[in-house]
Design a protein around this ligand. Structure first.
Ligand code: IDP
Ligand code: MG
Length: 137
């Protein structure tokens, strides 16, 4: 079976009108988008999605940010898509993310407790299947 990943366009990306630009980059790279929905995240979905970060200083700001507007959830497929999308997204901090990446080209620091960095991408096959269940279950 082809590998799958869960992509979220976070509320900053949706609010800034960058949904198309992010999806364009995913498709231009050659991955297939096999599911797509815009939605308001629930606190339950976010608690499950970000369970690994519970207790960290940015956890509640992160949850509040993710509740602040619509997100777009997508499933992308292709060989090594998990690694490939993380490479397209760039590193966590948009200020220092490499130019050429989504976060590096389109993101910046806004001086807040949470990094608003436009996108989420699963980091392992186990995370991908778990996260796809949360957003498309
Ligand atoms: P990732 O999205 O690059 O995989 P994670 O470490 O999984 O990064 O963190 C999840 C999200 O939490 C990040 O995308 C970012 O929005 C936020 N975040 C992570 N680390 C920090 C931090 O040190 N300060 C503020 N926000 C952070
Ligand atoms: Mg992560």
């Amino acid at each position: 079976m082809t590998e799958r990943t869960l992509i979220l366009i976070k509320p900053d990306g949706v609010a800034r009108g960058l949904t198309g630009e992010v999806l364009r980059r995913v498709e231009a790279k050659g991955y297939r988008i096999t599911a797509l929905q815009q939605m308001q995240a629930s606190t339950e979905q976010l608690a499950a999605h970000y369970a690994e970060h519970e207790g960290k200083p940015f956890y509640q700001p992160l949850v509040d940010f993710m509740l602040s507007g619509s997100v777009v959830a997508a499933i992308a497929e292709g060989d090594r898509v998990i690694e490939g999308f993380r490479s397209l997204a760039g590193s966590t901090e948009p200020t220092t993310a490499a130019p050429g990446t989504i976060r590096g080209d389109l993101g910046r620091d806004w001086g807040e407790k949470v990094q608003k960095n436009l996108v989420h991408g699963s980091d392992s096959p186990e995370s991908a299947e778990r996260e796809i269940g949360i957003w498309f279950g």
